[in-house]
Design a protein around this ligand. Structure first.
Ligand code: KMH
Ligand code: ZN
Length: 314
């Protein structure tokens, strides 16, 4: 089996600051937790920005530049910018940072879907910020828009022109067929890196049977020419990651996907989740890939071919 790539998704746009004091939302916290997660074994850091005042998901360039150049300088890990952002943002907003910085990797969500966060609301939660409860409640009427036109735009403007490689996020079987469609049109070329996403309400559930099924469909569609990784949102994060590692796949952890280290206990950092998973996959006989090994496995263009060294303060 090839070495295992651990991705760590540091903050995301799902959890809100009141849910965990350990969720990194300030630039200092994002930088520190990113460095620590990379030192613990994550070779890819999947990144979203947060508003520097109230921690809400942000697509503003200033919020990205508040941590990206520093992280770029401080770690050799691959920086993977989200193009999903949050379902409240326009596509233009979601792409602004990636089009500016030309990163080695970006996420690319393979279909339009529901993305319901309201089941996470706890009755006894004390909210630190006004926006949080409304943000979660209103997710019952939210469409996470990734139409074929949107996907084509991202592939043309980041993949083709800028040679960014993608973490193709597939939340259901249909998303694999959409990926195949773009491969057949020639817009997706070379080896593919699929992130199977489980446990989002609107996508497929975190059930081991579903991973077997998605993997067998991906095998039929892409043969030898793809790598897969698994993320499970919520409490099945580790169980599904272990299944992925046993099947020769790669894994994603991080507080974007799950705030806990075990039942009832909040993870104190992203690095704690990475360390925990690293121990488990090493017990399974998998060796953890370094950033350079990950670049080779995924065919990435390398750090120096990004525009991340340029710090824009505006
Ligand atoms: N939060 C994950 C379930 C993206 O950033 O493009 C999905 C995600 C989307 O990572
Ligand atoms: Zn994300």
């Amino acid at each position: 089996m090839t070495k295992i790539i651990i991705t760590c998704a540091l903050t995301g746009s799902i959890h809100t600051p009141s849910m965990s004091p350990y969720l990194p939302t300030t630039p200092e916290q994002i930088v520190k937790q990113g460095i620590d997660a990379a030192n613990a074994g994550a070779s890819i850091l999947h990144l979203h920005a947060r508003d520097q005042v109230d921690g809400r998901p942000s697509s503003k360039l200033t919020d990205y530049t508040s941590f990206l150049p520093e992280l770029h300088g401080a770690t050799s890990a691959i920086l993977n910018l989200s193009t999903g952002g949050s379902a409240l943002m326009t596509l233009e907003d979601r792409l602004e940072a990636s089009l500016k910085f030309h990163p080695e990797m970006c996420s690319l969500n393979m279909g339009t879907m529901n993305f319901a966060l309201y089941p996470m609301i706890k009755k006894d939660q004390i909210w630190l910020h006004d926006w949080e409860l409304k943000f979660l409640q209103e997710s019952d009427d939210l469409v996470f828009k990734n139409t074929p036109r949107d996907i084509e735009f991202i592939l043309n403007n980041l993949g083709h022109n800028i040679t960014t490689k993608f973490e193709f996020e597939c939340y259901d079987t249909g998303h694999l067929y959409m990926l195949k469609h773009f491969q057949q049109r020639g817009l997706v070329q070379g080896d593919i890196f699929i992130q199977f996403v489980f446990g989002v309400l609107g996508g497929i559930a975190a059930d081991p049977k579903n991973l077997i099924h998605l993997k067998s469909i991906a095998d039929e569609l892409f043969g030898e020419n793809y790598n897969f990784s698994v993320l499970a949102a919520g409490r099945n994060q580790v169980q599904m990651a272990i299944q992925a590692a046993s099947m020769g796949g790669h894994v994603r952890v991080g507080l974007e996907d799950n705030l806990y280290i075990r039942k009832g206990e909040l993870a104190r950092s992203n690095a704690q989740q990475v360390e925990n998973l690293r121990k488990i996959v090493e017990e399974l006989g998998r060796e953890v890939a370094t950033p350079e090994e990950t670049r080779l496995i995924l065919g990435l263009k390398g750090k120096k071919n990004t525009d991340l060294s340029v710090s824009i303060k505006n």
